[in-house]
Design a protein around this ligand. Structure first.
Ligand SMILES: [Zn+2]
Length: 249
């Protein structure tokens, strides 16, 4: 089972991303089955935005009654693939921001786990409508420009870095940018089963990414920042634990 390989690799606490109506309950079930090892998020990814109905909104709100569901999302905007029509993306994102704002107003603040690709301007504008009404924010799997990075950091958001930075074709710019992310705003993630790091050796035959490969991303980031791997591992762990509000180990 992958979590045993992850634990053997030193990855001992993980947050499983829920990104669709079908998968959110599965992410929660995993978290409930592995207390202290796994937690879940619940949200609707922009690719699935068309499924965001009133019923879906109610399902999400019920999922967020569980303490094991530690963030709202994955949600956001994706104009790169445009798998859902943009009006549907805007509606689904807006409703999940409202859900997060409602939790915050009720004293049950949960951070937001956000996806943004080729939609920075609209993304910032929609977030601005909720200024002061949300908890902490992470822009997960950051792949954007220097200007976009500083826009996010100026708003005190967290930045999630994946094995994208190991992709010499499209992620090379991140190797310079990661130096500018304060340690208390930097989180690392695999985006498994996607984004197998292209610098991983040996490569698994099935090309499937998994949490056990997270240390490879920590090593690459440490090298780019000129930090010790152990200090990046400790800092990103502490930042993620504080962000998601995980109990002390
Ligand atoms: Zn994403």
């Amino acid at each position: 089972m992958p979590c045993w390989r992850a634990r053997a690799a030193g990855v001992t606490r993980m947050v499983v991303t829920g990104a669709s109506r079908a998968d959110n309950p599965k992410a929660l079930a995993l978290a409930l089955a592995h207390p202290g090892l796994l937690w879940a998020t619940a949200g609707v990814h922009p690719h699935h935005a068309a499924e965001y109905t009133d019923e879906c909104d109610a399902e999400l709100r019920a999922l967020h009654a569980h303490a094991e569901v530690v963030a709202v999302g994955e949600c956001g905007l994706d104009y790169f693939r445009d798998l859902s029509p943009r009006p549907a993306q805007h509606k689904a994102f807006e409703r999940q921001l409202q859900l997060a704002a409602d939790l915050h107003a009720a004293g049950h603040t949960k951070p937001l786990f956000l996806h943004q690709r080729d939609a920075h301007g609209d993304f910032i504008a929609m977030m601005r409508n909720f200024d002061g009404r949300l908890g902490a924010v992470v822009v997960h799997c950051f792949t954007g420009t220097r200007e976009e990075l500083f826009d996010c950091l100026d708003r005190d958001w967290h930045i999630g870095i994946t094995g994208w930075l190991c992709d010499e074709r499209r992620g090379a710019h991140l190797r310079e940018l990661v130096k500018h992310i304060p340690a208390n705003r930097l989180m690392i993630e695999t985006d498994a089963p996607y984004l197998l790091p292209r610098t991983l050796k040996p490569m698994p035959k099935d090309r499937r990414n998994e949490p056990a490969f997270l240390p490879h991303i920590a090593e690459e980031i440490a090298r780019d920042r000129g930090d010790a791997v152990a200090s990046i591992a400790a800092a990103t762990r502490a930042t993620a634990e504080a962000f998601f509000g995980l109990p002390a180990a």
